[in-house]
Design a binder for this molecule. Structure first.
Ligand code: SAH
Length: 510
């Protein structure tokens, strides 16, 4: 039987902010079997896919192997011919200086079905994130996207600088950083005023965005002084002047802060989104992985006699998912909980429970096992209480509930597994002083981090890398392991951690 041919989607991944992906692009990623992504793509976009992902670098980078364009084309064709759904994910827009049309042509020549999903190109995104309107009606009636890749000193240069100098609008140069001196001098030589405003935007739309402004006369020096590097865009025109008034992104509260997110990866989505919305760069460094129990027999036996219990206690979102997920998988549903009262340790757990359309009957004021035990104590004497818990954690609840006269039982519904070491890129970010914060969201995370740090990395803590703790309990655990903590959340949630970091930063900038 002949193999059905798959399909290739040439998808624009946007300029770096992972929120700047289209809905269609996201759907393609969800459906893909294979993703080939290029060096400009933010790897966070891969969180939308379960596919096998291959990074294609056209430039040598570290140990990564270089793939040339012919090899990429051949791989797309081969994967599609094997019947797979392939996403070719490219930085920005696939057809703007992206060679996407060459890939499309190679697919067309082989009769392979494909679609092109446009993306937000670097020019519009970087300009918007730097507070520059490329077509501001007072300043520009046109905009030109220009490649700076050609060498203007060569007679064969494709760029007509006379025409560019006369162009009645904004010029945006892609791939022009290494030729900035000759681009600036060629424009002036062709008659453009040396006072024409210029902005160079590095890593546009990303927390590490940097913008340097000047004129054709002094931009080279300013960019050199600032040490800007590719990927950068050069924007030439009066529209640059507007930036001072409407530059918004570089003023976000945690702009440019690289923050280690220690939360287990599967639950990191909302934290990633929050960090990005505050201008920070989230660095995933889960020190704990969550895994299902290897043997469900205890859980199943407990689920079979749910009617025996008066109270059900959840102290984590994972506990809710594991317990209710197993109940569902075995053919049960929320009706099995009728008559049982539910207690949650805090708001995150309560809100998560509501997604199952279940309301918590009791949530303590403060997010601590002690507070939960205290709130439960008046209700549990002679009552049968079940805690759906992890394989380890603090033993405050069992002791306190038994002391309050409860007929206490517990069942392990999920397991914590320690990561044995920090991801290599995180370790080197700490050692190079490039990770600004590490957010600790539980005592065991604090202890794991302490165990994973090299002596060099430890030496950085408190200086270039500061620690933020979610609660006093986590603070105490960190201090017990000799970790210095610079910020402690007053609201014991992830948003609370970010607020605490913000508070420390505005304190120190005063
Ligand atoms: N297809 C991409 C462009 C690829 S060419 C797009 O539509 O955006 C690569 C060039 O794009 C880089 O040399 C740089 O000039 C520019 N570029 C890409 N991402 C950028 C970013 N986040 N900030 C500034 N420039 C960027």
């Amino acid at each position: 039987m002949q193999q059905t041919v798959g399909k290739v989607y040439l998808v624009g991944g946007g300029p770096g902010d992972p929120g700047l992906l289209t809905l269609k692009g996201q759907r393609c990623l969800t459906e893909a079997d294979v993703v080939l992504y290029d060096g400009l793509v933010n790897p966070l976009l891969l969180r939308h896919t379960q596919a096998r992902a291959v990074r294609t670098c056209r430039v040598d980078e570290g140990a990564g192997r270089r793939l040339d364009q012919a090899e990429i084309n051949a791989q797309l064709i081969q994967e599609a011919k094997a019947g797979r759904c392939v996403v070719r994910l490219k930085g920005g827009d696939p057809f703007i200086f992206g060679r996407g049309s060459e890939e499309a042509a190679a697919l067309a020549a082989e009769g392979i079905p494909f679609e092109v999903v446009p993306g937000i190109t670097a020019a519009t995104a970087s300009a918007a994130y730097a507070g520059i309107s490329l077509t501001h009606r007072d300043h520009a009636s046109a905009v030109a996207f220009v490649t700076g890749h050609e060498d203007p000193t060569k007679p064969s240069s494709a760029l007509d600088y006379d025409a560019l100098a006369r162009f009645p609008g904004t010029l945006v140069f892609y791939m022009g950083m290494h030729r900035l001196p000759s681009i600036a001098s060629s424009l002036v030589a062709a008659g453009k005023s040396k006072d024409t405003p210029v902005a160079v935007i590095c890593r546009g739309s990303q927390p590490m965005q940097r913008t340097v402004t000047g004129t054709l006369h002094d931009i080279v020096e300013r960019v050199q002084d600032a040490g800007l590097r590719p990927p950068s865009l050069i924007i030439v025109g009066n529209c640059v002047l507007q930036r001072d008034a409407i530059d918004w992104f570089e003023r976000t509260p945690l702009f440019g802060q690289r923050i280690g997110i220690t939360r287990p990866e599967a639950q990191a989505d909302s934290v990633i989104d929050l960090a990005i919305s505050l201008g920070a760069e989230p660095v995933l460094m889960p020190t704990i992985r969550i895994r299902p129990v290897s043997d469900w027999s205890d859980v199943d036996a407990t689920l079979d006699r749910l009617a025996d219990f008066d109270w059900l206690v959840f102290t984590s979102v994972n506990g809710v998912d594991a317990f209710l997920g197993r109940l569902w998988d075995r053919g049960g549903d929320a009706r099995k909980l009728s008559g049982i009262r539910i207690a949650c340790i805090g708001d995150a757990t309560r809100v998560h429970l509501e997604q199952y359309r279940l309301r918590a009957d009791l949530v303590p004021e403060s997010f601590r096992a002690e507070a939960l035990a205290e709130a439960l104590a008046p209700h549990v004497s002679g009552q049968r209480v079940l805690w759906a818990r992890a394989n380890r954690g603090r033993e405050v609840l069992p002791e306190a509930l038994r002391a309050a006269g409860a007929d206490y039982e517990q069942v392990v519904v999920y397991e914590h597994e320690d990561a044995t070491s920090l991801p290599a890129h995180v370790a080197s970010q700490i050692e190079r002083g490039e990770l600004h914060w590490i957010a600790l969201s539980s005592p065991s995370i604090a202890r794991n981090l302490a165990a994973q740090l090299s002596p060099e990395a430890r030496g950085r803590l408190g200086n270039t890398t500061r620690l933020a703790a979610i609660s006093p309990v986590t603070l105490a655990a960190a201090q017990d392991c000799g970790l210095p903590v610079a910020a402690v959340a007053t609201t014991h949630t992830w948003p609370g951690i970010f607020e605490a970091i913000q508070a420390v930063m505005s304190e120190s900038s005063r």
